[in-house]
Design a binder for this molecule. Structure first.
Ligand SMILES: Cc1cc2nc3c(=O)[nH]c(=O)nc-3n(C[C@H](O)[C@H](O)[C@H](O)COP(=O)(O)O)c2cc1C
Length: 184
C-alpha cells in the first residue's frame, strides 16, 4: 500500500472488534515512532501501550460521555510528553508538533496493518495520568484507541457518529487552507 493509499484508508472508526495484541505489534508501532524526525533529534514522544484488561477497564472510567464506543478497544496507547523534552525556540514549543508526527506515523502504520487507530481527546487527563502512572508534570496529549473495524455499527454511537462510520466527515476545500507565495 502506498503512503497515499494508507492516508486515504485511515479513518477514525468507532465500531470496533477485538484484535490480538502482541509484543511484535507493539514493537512494530514503536519502531515507526522511533525513526520520526524531531527538532534537533530530541525525540520528545513517550508512549504507554495498555492492553491489560484491568488497566483498560480503569481507563474506560475516565472517558467523556461521547466516548462510550472506546470500551471495545483492544489496546489504548497513551501519548505523553512535556515541553522540556524538545526544542523551545523563543515561544515556539516543538514537543506537541514532534510528538504529533510520531503519533501520525503510528496511526498510519496501524492502518497499513489493517487496524483502526483512533486518537481521542475526550478523557479526564489527571485521572488517566494517575491510572497510567504518568508523572504530574507531563501532558497526556491523546489516547490512541486500537481495534479492528467492525461492519456492524456500534449502537452506542450518536446519529452523526453512525453517519461517520460510512462517510468521512466533510473537509474544507484546499482553497480554504492553502496560499501560494504569500498569504492573501
Ligand atoms: C486530537 C484529536 C482528538 C479527537 N478526539 C476524539 C474524541 O474524543 N472522540 C471521538 O470520537 N473522536 C475524536 N477524534 C476523531 C475526529 O473526530 C475525527 O478524526 C474527525 O471527525 C475526522 O474523521 P476521520 O478521521 O474519520 O476522517 C479526535 C481526533 C483527533 C485528531
Amino acid at each position: 500500500m502506498s503512503v497515499k493509499e494508507t492516508i486515504k484508508k485511515r479513518r477514525a472508526y468507532r465500531s470496533l472488534d477485538s484484535v490480538e495484541i502482541t509484543r511484535d505489534l507493539i514493537e512494530d508501532l514503536a519502531e515507526v515512532a522511533r525513526i520520526t524526525p524531531s527538532c534537533a533529534n530530541k525525540q520528545p514522544w513517550r508512549f504507554v501501550f495498555v492492553y491489560d484488561k484491568n488497566k483498560l477497564n480503569e481507563l474506560f472510567t475516565v472517558l467523556s460521555e461521547g466516548n462510550k464506543w472506546v470500551k471495545n478497544a483492544s489496546m489504548i496507547i497513551g501519548v505523553f510528553s512535556e515541553p522540556e523534552n524538545d526544542c523551545m525556540v523563543g515561544e515556539r514549543l516543538y514537543y506537541l508538533f514532534d510528538t504529533g508526527m510520531a503519533t501520525a506515523f503510528i496511526i498510519l502504520r496501524a492502518t497499513e496493518l489493517g487496524l483502526v487507530a483512533h486518537p481521542i481527546a475526550g478523557f479526564k487527563e489527571t485521572l488517566a495520568k494517575e491510572i497510567l502512572n504518568i508523572p504530574k508534570d507531563l501532558r497526556l496529549i491523546t489516547l490512541i484507541v486500537i481495534g479492528k473495524h467492525s461492519e456492524i455499527i456500534n449502537p452506542v454511537l450518536s446519529d452523526s457518529m453512525k453517519l461517520g462510520e460510512t462517510q468521512r466527515p466533510p473537509r474544507k476545500s484546499i482553497d480554504e487552507f492553502i496560499y501560494i507565495n504569500k498569504v492573501n
